[in-house]
Design a protein around this ligand. Structure first.
Ligand code: TMP
Length: 236
């Protein structure tokens, strides 16, 4: 998969054009950033884990009726995906207070939320991805009300399906971030990744972090934790 035209390089992935106009190739990297790029480093083996875990979870979600951008895994770090127009929103789903919500609302991390919380952040690095509500989203013209309703419905369905599935692997789904795009017909489909970079995964029994918080908070053990998630979900 060499000699492909690089379309975009993000913090954790590169995206290339392919000989199919409707298909891109994503290559996952070991590079890690936190705090909107303030902290940089590498997590050895992260690219492999995030690629394989994302594809595994997207295949699972497809069986639950969620359309995704996944086309085909082509190597341990590379996957063909449908070309989409990304909706510039980070959709955050929360079951348990942690991270920025715990700080903002003065809740202790680990407190079960009385109801699932959905948040939207407008994807704009220069602005620091500000949190927005449905009115801001309509005012910015980022998504139509119908599209946003579809995005919210899918996000809640994904939360229910993933939460139940991950529990069978001894993982509690604390919170996670999703991104959606419009396919060639304008339909909303799940894009980006679902991995220890974009989810908070806690061990059900010990509440040990199995995710990027180990890196963000300088706790250590992130390589082992990422490998553990891969092992629990794919037996590798
Ligand atoms: P937060 O508590 O920092 O707002 O993060 C909530 C969840 O969303 C957590 O699982 C990490 C994920 N997330 C991303 O994947 N990318 C981001 O840019 C942010 C802010 C959060």
């Amino acid at each position: 998969m060499e000699n492909l035209e690089l379309l975009y390089e993000g913090k954790a992935k590169k995206v290339f054009k392919t000989d199919r106009p409707d298909v891109y190739l994503v290559r996952y990297k070991d590079d890690a950033t936190a705090g909107n790029g303030a902290k940089r480093g590498t997590i050895r083996g992260k690219g492999v884990v995030n690629n394989l875990v994302t594809n595994h979870l997207m295949r699972f979600l497809e069986t639950k009726g969620i359309p995704t951008h996944l086309v085909e895994e082509v190597s341990d770090t590379e996957t063909l995906v449908k070309k989409v127009q990304i909706v510039p929103l980070e959709v955050i789903v929360r079951n348990v207070a942690a991270g920025s919500l715990a700080k903002r609302l003065g809740m202790e991390e680990g407190t079960k939320l009385k109801t699932t919380v959905l948040e939207y952040c407008y994807k704009d690095d220069a602005l620091g991805d500000p949190m927005v509500n449905e009115y801001h989203i309509a005012a910015l013209g980022v998504a139509t009300p119908e599209e946003l309703r579809q995005i919210a419905d899918y996000s809640m369905q994904i939360n229910a399906a993933l939460g139940e599935y991950l529990k069978t692997a001894g993982i509690e789904l604390i919170d996670f971030k999703l991104e959606f795009g419009r396919d060639s017909e304008g339909k909303i489909i799940l894009a980006d990744e679902i991995s220890p970079d974009t989810c908070r995964f806690w061990d059900v029994k010990t509440h040990a972090h199995l995710d990027k918080d180990l890196f963000r908070r300088d706790l250590g053990g992130e390589e082992e934790a990422y490998r553990e998630v891969l092992h629990r979900l794919l037996g590798k």
